[in-house]
Design a protein around this ligand. Structure first.
Ligand code: SF4
Length: 428
Protein backbone atom coordinates (compact mmCIF):
# COMPACT_ATOMS: atom_id res chain seq x y z
CA UNK A 1 0.00 0.00 0.00
CA UNK A 2 1.29 3.45 -0.81
CA UNK A 3 -0.16 6.64 0.58
CA UNK A 4 0.95 9.83 2.25
CA UNK A 5 0.17 11.15 5.70
CA UNK A 6 -2.40 13.42 4.04
CA UNK A 7 -4.52 10.35 3.35
CA UNK A 8 -4.60 9.37 7.05
CA UNK A 9 -5.30 13.01 7.84
CA UNK A 10 -8.24 12.92 5.43
CA UNK A 11 -9.55 9.62 6.81
CA UNK A 12 -9.48 11.01 10.36
CA UNK A 13 -10.97 14.39 9.40
CA UNK A 14 -14.03 12.82 7.81
CA UNK A 15 -14.00 9.77 10.09
CA UNK A 16 -13.89 7.43 7.11
CA UNK A 17 -12.76 4.42 9.12
CA UNK A 18 -14.58 1.55 10.73
CA UNK A 19 -15.76 3.04 14.00
CA UNK A 20 -17.16 -0.15 15.52
CA UNK A 21 -15.67 -1.06 18.84
CA UNK A 22 -13.02 1.61 18.57
CA UNK A 23 -10.10 1.02 20.94
CA UNK A 24 -6.64 2.30 21.67
CA UNK A 25 -3.72 -0.04 21.10
CA UNK A 26 -3.87 -0.85 24.82
CA UNK A 27 -7.54 -1.81 24.60
CA UNK A 28 -9.32 1.22 26.05
CA UNK A 29 -12.62 2.27 24.45
CA UNK A 30 -12.56 5.40 22.32
CA UNK A 31 -15.55 7.55 21.50
CA UNK A 32 -14.96 10.46 19.09
CA UNK A 33 -17.26 13.45 19.67
CA UNK A 34 -15.27 15.78 17.43
CA UNK A 35 -12.24 15.02 15.23
CA UNK A 36 -11.02 18.59 15.82
CA UNK A 37 -10.08 21.40 13.49
CA UNK A 38 -7.28 20.83 10.96
CA UNK A 39 -4.22 22.89 11.76
CA UNK A 40 -2.22 24.12 8.78
CA UNK A 41 0.47 25.79 10.93
CA UNK A 42 3.20 24.09 12.93
CA UNK A 43 2.13 21.92 15.84
CA UNK A 44 -0.33 19.03 16.11
CA UNK A 45 -2.49 18.19 13.08
CA UNK A 46 -5.88 18.77 14.70
CA UNK A 47 -6.83 21.19 17.45
CA UNK A 48 -9.75 21.07 19.83
CA UNK A 49 -10.76 17.47 19.34
CA UNK A 50 -13.18 16.00 21.89
CA UNK A 51 -13.00 12.32 22.79
CA UNK A 52 -13.73 9.84 25.50
CA UNK A 53 -10.96 7.35 26.21
CA UNK A 54 -11.95 4.77 28.77
CA UNK A 55 -14.01 6.69 31.36
CA UNK A 56 -12.36 10.06 30.80
CA UNK A 57 -13.54 12.79 28.44
CA UNK A 58 -10.72 14.77 26.87
CA UNK A 59 -10.47 18.00 24.92
CA UNK A 60 -7.17 18.62 23.16
CA UNK A 61 -5.07 17.95 20.09
CA UNK A 62 -4.67 14.97 17.78
CA UNK A 63 -1.47 14.09 15.96
CA UNK A 64 -1.45 11.98 12.78
CA UNK A 65 1.34 9.77 11.49
CA UNK A 66 1.75 6.83 9.17
CA UNK A 67 3.81 4.94 11.77
CA UNK A 68 3.71 5.56 15.51
CA UNK A 69 7.53 5.62 15.49
CA UNK A 70 7.30 8.87 13.49
CA UNK A 71 6.47 10.60 16.79
CA UNK A 72 10.09 10.18 17.92
CA UNK A 73 11.52 10.65 14.44
CA UNK A 74 9.79 14.03 14.20
CA UNK A 75 11.14 14.91 17.67
CA UNK A 76 7.75 15.58 19.26
CA UNK A 77 8.66 13.94 22.58
CA UNK A 78 10.18 17.04 24.18
CA UNK A 79 8.35 19.61 22.10
CA UNK A 80 5.95 21.63 24.27
CA UNK A 81 3.66 22.23 21.28
CA UNK A 82 2.72 18.53 21.52
CA UNK A 83 2.07 18.49 25.26
CA UNK A 84 -1.71 18.64 24.76
CA UNK A 85 -1.96 15.76 22.33
CA UNK A 86 -4.70 13.48 23.62
CA UNK A 87 -4.63 10.89 20.84
CA UNK A 88 -2.03 9.66 18.37
CA UNK A 89 -3.78 8.43 15.20
CA UNK A 90 -1.55 6.18 13.10
CA UNK A 91 -1.86 3.81 10.23
CA UNK A 92 0.51 1.33 11.85
CA UNK A 93 1.51 1.05 15.50
CA UNK A 94 5.09 -0.09 15.05
CA UNK A 95 6.49 1.33 18.28
CA UNK A 96 4.64 2.35 21.45
CA UNK A 97 4.76 6.11 21.97
CA UNK A 98 6.21 6.66 25.42
CA UNK A 99 6.08 10.18 26.82
CA UNK A 100 8.86 11.78 28.97
CA UNK A 101 6.84 11.05 32.16
CA UNK A 102 6.77 7.36 31.24
CA UNK A 103 3.08 7.30 30.20
CA UNK A 104 2.10 5.65 26.98
CA UNK A 105 0.36 8.09 24.62
CA UNK A 106 -3.11 6.73 23.73
CA UNK A 107 -2.88 5.54 20.14
CA UNK A 108 -5.48 4.56 17.58
CA UNK A 109 -4.27 2.25 14.81
CA UNK A 110 -6.26 2.50 11.55
CA UNK A 111 -4.58 -0.26 9.54
CA UNK A 112 -7.48 -2.69 9.73
CA UNK A 113 -10.13 -0.01 9.74
CA UNK A 114 -9.76 1.62 6.29
CA UNK A 115 -11.84 -0.10 3.62
CA UNK A 116 -9.99 -1.41 0.55
CA UNK A 117 -12.55 0.47 -1.65
CA UNK A 118 -11.60 3.82 -0.11
CA UNK A 119 -7.91 3.05 -0.42
CA UNK A 120 -8.30 1.93 -4.07
CA UNK A 121 -10.32 5.01 -5.01
CA UNK A 122 -7.70 7.21 -3.37
CA UNK A 123 -4.86 5.40 -5.09
CA UNK A 124 -6.54 5.51 -8.47
CA UNK A 125 -7.32 9.20 -8.04
CA UNK A 126 -3.92 10.39 -6.88
CA UNK A 127 -1.53 7.90 -8.47
CA UNK A 128 -3.46 6.63 -11.49
CA UNK A 129 -2.40 7.36 -15.05
CA UNK A 130 -3.52 10.74 -16.27
CA UNK A 131 -3.33 12.95 -19.33
CA UNK A 132 -4.74 16.15 -17.91
CA UNK A 133 -5.91 15.92 -14.29
CA UNK A 134 -5.96 13.06 -11.77
CA UNK A 135 -9.76 12.70 -11.67
CA UNK A 136 -10.31 12.85 -15.44
CA UNK A 137 -11.89 9.39 -15.40
CA UNK A 138 -14.40 10.19 -12.65
CA UNK A 139 -15.21 13.91 -12.67
CA UNK A 140 -18.15 13.34 -15.03
CA UNK A 141 -19.88 11.37 -12.26
CA UNK A 142 -19.80 14.28 -9.80
CA UNK A 143 -23.22 15.93 -9.47
CA UNK A 144 -23.68 19.44 -10.78
CA UNK A 145 -24.40 21.02 -7.41
CA UNK A 146 -21.19 19.70 -5.83
CA UNK A 147 -19.17 20.84 -8.82
CA UNK A 148 -20.76 24.31 -8.96
CA UNK A 149 -20.36 24.89 -5.21
CA UNK A 150 -16.73 23.89 -5.40
CA UNK A 151 -16.04 26.04 -8.44
CA UNK A 152 -17.58 29.04 -6.68
CA UNK A 153 -15.32 28.42 -3.71
CA UNK A 154 -12.12 28.18 -5.77
CA UNK A 155 -13.13 31.24 -7.76
CA UNK A 156 -13.45 33.24 -4.55
CA UNK A 157 -10.06 31.88 -3.44
CA UNK A 158 -8.59 33.11 -6.75
CA UNK A 159 -10.05 36.59 -6.31
CA UNK A 160 -8.92 36.72 -2.69
CA UNK A 161 -5.35 35.88 -3.71
CA UNK A 162 -5.34 38.43 -6.49
CA UNK A 163 -6.91 41.13 -4.34
CA UNK A 164 -3.85 40.95 -2.04
CA UNK A 165 -1.93 42.85 -4.76
CA UNK A 166 -4.71 45.46 -4.91
CA UNK A 167 -4.56 45.91 -1.14
CA UNK A 168 -0.77 46.32 -1.20
CA UNK A 169 -1.03 48.96 -3.94
CA UNK A 170 -3.90 50.69 -2.14
CA UNK A 171 -1.73 50.92 0.91
CA UNK A 172 1.10 52.51 -1.08
CA UNK A 173 -1.40 54.95 -2.57
CA UNK A 174 -2.63 55.90 0.93
CA UNK A 175 -6.07 54.43 0.43
CA UNK A 176 -6.70 56.18 -2.90
CA UNK A 177 -8.92 53.76 -4.86
CA UNK A 178 -9.05 55.95 -7.99
CA UNK A 179 -5.26 56.12 -8.28
CA UNK A 180 -4.86 52.41 -7.56
CA UNK A 181 -7.50 51.52 -10.13
CA UNK A 182 -5.84 53.79 -12.71
CA UNK A 183 -2.48 52.05 -12.17
CA UNK A 184 -3.96 48.55 -12.49
CA UNK A 185 -6.00 49.50 -15.53
CA UNK A 186 -2.89 50.97 -17.17
CA UNK A 187 -0.98 47.71 -16.56
CA UNK A 188 -3.84 45.81 -18.20
CA UNK A 189 -3.66 48.10 -21.23
CA UNK A 190 -0.17 46.72 -21.77
CA UNK A 191 -1.77 43.25 -21.85
CA UNK A 192 0.86 40.62 -21.14
CA UNK A 193 3.79 41.96 -23.14
CA UNK A 194 3.82 45.61 -22.10
CA UNK A 195 2.20 45.41 -18.66
CA UNK A 196 5.37 46.52 -16.86
CA UNK A 197 6.14 49.71 -18.81
CA UNK A 198 2.44 50.64 -18.70
CA UNK A 199 2.43 50.20 -14.95
CA UNK A 200 5.64 52.23 -14.54
CA UNK A 201 4.21 54.91 -16.75
CA UNK A 202 1.04 55.18 -14.64
CA UNK A 203 3.08 55.30 -11.44
CA UNK A 204 5.23 58.09 -12.87
CA UNK A 205 2.23 60.11 -13.99
CA UNK A 206 -0.43 60.56 -11.29
CA UNK A 207 -4.00 60.57 -12.40
CA UNK A 208 -4.51 63.96 -10.76
CA UNK A 209 -1.93 65.49 -13.11
CA UNK A 210 -3.79 64.10 -16.10
CA UNK A 211 -7.12 65.29 -14.70
CA UNK A 212 -5.87 68.90 -14.81
CA UNK A 213 -5.58 68.63 -18.60
CA UNK A 214 -8.77 66.71 -19.27
CA UNK A 215 -10.11 69.38 -21.57
CA UNK A 216 -7.03 69.34 -23.75
CA UNK A 217 -6.62 65.93 -25.44
CA UNK A 218 -3.31 66.94 -27.05
CA UNK A 219 -1.80 67.66 -23.63
CA UNK A 220 -3.07 64.32 -22.26
CA UNK A 221 -1.49 62.57 -25.26
CA UNK A 222 1.73 64.57 -24.79
CA UNK A 223 1.90 63.60 -21.10
CA UNK A 224 1.31 59.93 -21.85
CA UNK A 225 3.64 59.54 -24.83
CA UNK A 226 6.21 61.80 -23.18
CA UNK A 227 6.23 59.84 -19.93
CA UNK A 228 6.43 56.66 -21.99
CA UNK A 229 9.81 57.95 -23.19
CA UNK A 230 8.62 58.01 -26.81
CA UNK A 231 9.10 61.69 -27.58
CA UNK A 232 12.81 61.93 -27.06
CA UNK A 233 13.80 62.22 -30.74
CA UNK A 234 13.28 64.34 -33.84
CA UNK A 235 10.23 63.54 -35.96
CA UNK A 236 9.24 64.17 -39.57
CA UNK A 237 5.52 64.31 -38.81
CA UNK A 238 3.84 67.33 -37.35
CA UNK A 239 1.76 65.43 -34.75
CA UNK A 240 4.63 63.89 -32.76
CA UNK A 241 6.55 67.18 -33.02
CA UNK A 242 3.57 68.98 -31.44
CA UNK A 243 3.39 66.34 -28.69
CA UNK A 244 7.08 66.84 -28.06
CA UNK A 245 6.67 70.56 -27.71
CA UNK A 246 3.73 70.23 -25.30
CA UNK A 247 5.57 67.64 -23.29
CA UNK A 248 8.69 69.78 -22.94
CA UNK A 249 6.60 72.42 -21.18
CA UNK A 250 4.52 69.97 -19.07
CA UNK A 251 7.52 67.93 -18.03
CA UNK A 252 9.15 71.01 -16.56
CA UNK A 253 5.93 72.20 -14.96
CA UNK A 254 5.39 68.92 -13.07
CA UNK A 255 9.07 67.88 -12.72
CA UNK A 256 8.35 64.61 -14.52
CA UNK A 257 10.82 61.85 -15.33
CA UNK A 258 9.91 59.64 -18.27
CA UNK A 259 10.40 55.89 -18.20
CA UNK A 260 12.98 54.19 -20.44
CA UNK A 261 11.83 53.84 -24.04
CA UNK A 262 13.56 50.48 -24.46
CA UNK A 263 11.09 48.87 -22.01
CA UNK A 264 8.41 48.89 -24.69
CA UNK A 265 8.19 45.76 -26.80
CA UNK A 266 7.06 45.78 -30.44
CA UNK A 267 8.63 42.49 -31.51
CA UNK A 268 6.40 39.60 -32.55
CA UNK A 269 3.27 41.67 -32.00
CA UNK A 270 0.42 42.35 -34.33
CA UNK A 271 0.64 46.08 -35.22
CA UNK A 272 -2.87 46.49 -33.80
CA UNK A 273 -1.39 45.68 -30.37
CA UNK A 274 1.70 47.90 -30.65
CA UNK A 275 2.25 49.89 -27.46
CA UNK A 276 1.89 53.12 -29.44
CA UNK A 277 -1.69 52.14 -30.32
CA UNK A 278 -2.44 51.01 -26.74
CA UNK A 279 -1.06 54.32 -25.44
CA UNK A 280 -3.24 56.26 -27.88
CA UNK A 281 -6.29 54.25 -26.71
CA UNK A 282 -5.37 54.77 -23.07
CA UNK A 283 -5.03 58.54 -23.64
CA UNK A 284 -8.46 58.60 -25.29
CA UNK A 285 -9.96 56.70 -22.35
CA UNK A 286 -8.48 59.21 -19.87
CA UNK A 287 -9.95 62.07 -21.90
CA UNK A 288 -13.35 60.37 -22.05
CA UNK A 289 -13.72 59.22 -18.46
CA UNK A 290 -12.91 61.03 -15.31
CA UNK A 291 -13.03 59.20 -11.98
CA UNK A 292 -13.30 55.87 -13.68
CA UNK A 293 -13.41 53.84 -10.49
CA UNK A 294 -16.49 55.71 -9.21
CA UNK A 295 -18.15 54.85 -12.51
CA UNK A 296 -17.23 51.19 -12.08
CA UNK A 297 -18.90 51.22 -8.66
CA UNK A 298 -22.01 52.90 -10.03
CA UNK A 299 -22.61 51.18 -13.35
CA UNK A 300 -24.32 47.83 -12.88
CA UNK A 301 -24.98 46.84 -16.44
CA UNK A 302 -22.20 45.11 -18.38
CA UNK A 303 -23.27 46.80 -21.64
CA UNK A 304 -22.88 50.21 -20.00
CA UNK A 305 -19.49 49.20 -18.60
CA UNK A 306 -18.34 48.18 -22.05
CA UNK A 307 -19.46 51.56 -23.37
CA UNK A 308 -16.67 53.15 -21.31
CA UNK A 309 -14.26 51.61 -23.81
CA UNK A 310 -16.21 52.06 -27.02
CA UNK A 311 -16.31 55.15 -29.20
CA UNK A 312 -12.98 56.39 -27.81
CA UNK A 313 -11.82 59.56 -29.53
CA UNK A 314 -8.39 58.35 -30.61
CA UNK A 315 -6.27 61.00 -32.33
CA UNK A 316 -6.87 60.74 -36.13
CA UNK A 317 -3.11 60.52 -36.66
CA UNK A 318 -3.34 56.86 -35.66
CA UNK A 319 -5.89 56.04 -38.37
CA UNK A 320 -3.00 55.54 -40.79
CA UNK A 321 -0.08 54.98 -38.40
CA UNK A 322 1.06 52.25 -36.05
CA UNK A 323 4.23 54.10 -35.07
CA UNK A 324 5.38 57.71 -35.33
CA UNK A 325 6.63 58.77 -38.78
CA UNK A 326 5.59 55.50 -40.44
CA UNK A 327 2.47 55.82 -42.55
CA UNK A 328 0.36 52.69 -43.03
CA UNK A 329 -2.90 51.67 -44.64
CA UNK A 330 -5.88 53.26 -42.86
CA UNK A 331 -7.53 51.01 -40.29
CA UNK A 332 -9.67 51.38 -37.18
CA UNK A 333 -7.69 51.56 -33.96
CA UNK A 334 -10.68 51.09 -31.63
CA UNK A 335 -10.39 48.57 -28.81
CA UNK A 336 -11.77 45.22 -29.93
CA UNK A 337 -14.46 43.28 -28.08
CA UNK A 338 -12.02 40.68 -26.77
CA UNK A 339 -9.62 43.35 -25.45
CA UNK A 340 -12.52 45.06 -23.66
CA UNK A 341 -13.56 41.73 -22.10
CA UNK A 342 -10.00 41.16 -20.84
CA UNK A 343 -9.90 44.63 -19.29
CA UNK A 344 -13.25 44.04 -17.56
CA UNK A 345 -12.20 40.60 -16.39
CA UNK A 346 -8.79 41.50 -15.02
CA UNK A 347 -9.48 44.94 -13.62
CA UNK A 348 -13.16 45.67 -13.09
CA UNK A 349 -14.06 42.29 -11.60
CA UNK A 350 -10.97 42.33 -9.38
CA UNK A 351 -11.62 45.84 -8.10
CA UNK A 352 -15.31 45.28 -7.39
CA UNK A 353 -14.34 42.19 -5.41
CA UNK A 354 -11.45 43.91 -3.59
CA UNK A 355 -13.57 46.94 -2.76
CA UNK A 356 -16.34 44.73 -1.38
CA UNK A 357 -13.85 42.74 0.71
CA UNK A 358 -12.06 45.79 1.99
CA UNK A 359 -15.27 47.52 3.01
CA UNK A 360 -17.05 44.33 4.01
CA UNK A 361 -19.80 44.99 1.51
CA UNK A 362 -21.15 41.75 0.15
CA UNK A 363 -23.02 43.75 -2.50
CA UNK A 364 -19.81 44.53 -4.47
CA UNK A 365 -18.48 40.99 -4.08
CA UNK A 366 -21.71 39.66 -5.57
CA UNK A 367 -21.52 42.22 -8.35
CA UNK A 368 -18.01 41.09 -9.24
CA UNK A 369 -19.22 37.48 -9.49
CA UNK A 370 -22.25 38.57 -11.50
CA UNK A 371 -20.01 40.48 -13.88
CA UNK A 372 -17.96 37.32 -14.42
CA UNK A 373 -21.18 35.52 -15.32
CA UNK A 374 -21.86 38.14 -17.98
CA UNK A 375 -18.47 37.88 -19.65
CA UNK A 376 -17.57 35.17 -22.14
CA UNK A 377 -15.33 32.28 -21.10
CA UNK A 378 -11.67 32.52 -22.04
CA UNK A 379 -10.39 30.19 -24.64
CA UNK A 380 -7.26 28.30 -23.63
CA UNK A 381 -6.08 24.70 -23.39
CA UNK A 382 -7.14 24.28 -19.74
CA UNK A 383 -10.70 25.35 -20.51
CA UNK A 384 -10.76 23.19 -23.63
CA UNK A 385 -9.55 20.14 -21.70
CA UNK A 386 -12.16 20.56 -18.98
CA UNK A 387 -14.78 20.99 -21.70
CA UNK A 388 -13.65 17.68 -23.22
CA UNK A 389 -14.28 16.02 -19.82
CA UNK A 390 -17.90 17.17 -20.01
CA UNK A 391 -17.60 20.23 -17.75
CA UNK A 392 -19.89 23.02 -18.86
CA UNK A 393 -17.89 26.17 -19.54
CA UNK A 394 -20.38 28.92 -20.34
CA UNK A 395 -18.92 32.14 -18.97
CA UNK A 396 -15.79 33.71 -17.50
CA UNK A 397 -17.08 32.61 -14.10
CA UNK A 398 -16.57 28.98 -15.17
CA UNK A 399 -13.29 29.51 -17.00
CA UNK A 400 -11.70 31.52 -14.17
CA UNK A 401 -12.78 28.94 -11.60
CA UNK A 402 -11.41 26.09 -13.73
CA UNK A 403 -8.09 27.85 -14.20
CA UNK A 404 -7.77 28.18 -10.45
CA UNK A 405 -8.83 24.58 -9.89
CA UNK A 406 -6.24 23.29 -12.33
CA UNK A 407 -3.40 25.54 -11.18
CA UNK A 408 -3.93 25.43 -7.42
CA UNK A 409 -5.41 21.97 -6.88
CA UNK A 410 -5.18 19.46 -9.75
CA UNK A 411 -1.65 20.50 -10.71
CA UNK A 412 -0.48 19.82 -7.12
CA UNK A 413 -2.62 16.69 -6.71
CA UNK A 414 -4.50 18.31 -3.87
CA UNK A 415 -7.43 15.97 -4.46
CA UNK A 416 -7.90 15.33 -0.75
CA UNK A 417 -8.51 19.04 -0.19
CA UNK A 418 -10.80 19.37 -3.19
CA UNK A 419 -14.61 19.27 -3.07
CA UNK A 420 -14.67 17.19 -6.27
CA UNK A 421 -12.07 14.76 -4.93
CA UNK A 422 -13.96 14.47 -1.67
CA UNK A 423 -17.11 13.52 -3.57
CA UNK A 424 -15.30 10.99 -5.76
CA UNK A 425 -13.67 9.28 -2.79
CA UNK A 426 -16.97 8.96 -1.01
CA UNK A 427 -19.08 7.79 -3.93
CA UNK A 428 -20.95 4.56 -3.19
S1 SF4 B 1 -7.93 18.42 -7.42
FE1 SF4 B 1 -10.09 17.95 -7.57
S2 SF4 B 1 -10.71 18.42 -9.63
FE2 SF4 B 1 -8.48 18.35 -9.59
S3 SF4 B 1 -7.97 16.29 -10.15
FE3 SF4 B 1 -8.08 16.29 -7.96
S4 SF4 B 1 -10.18 15.72 -7.51
FE4 SF4 B 1 -10.11 16.30 -9.63
Amino acid sequence: MFFTEDFIHYVWKFRLFDRDNLRTTTGENIEVFSAGLPNSDSGPDFHNARLRIGDTTWAGNVEIHINSSDWHKHKHTNDNAYKNVILHVVYRDDDPTILPDGRRLPTLELKERISPELYNRYHHLVYGEQQFIPCEGSIHAVDDMTLRNWLTRVLVERLEKRSAAVMAALDKNRGDWEETFYQFLAAQFGFKTNALPFELLAKSLPQLTLAKHKDNPLQIEALIFGQAGMLDEDFKDEYPEKLKEEYRFLRKKYSLNPIEKHLWKFMRMRPQNFPTIRLAQFAALIVKSNHLFSKVLDIKDVTQLKKLFTGLDINPYWENHYRFDAESKPSSKSLGESSINILLLNTFVLFLFSYGKHNQQEYYINRSLKLLEQLPAENNHIVTNFGALGIKVGTAFDSQALLELKNSYCGHKKCLQCGVGNKILRMT
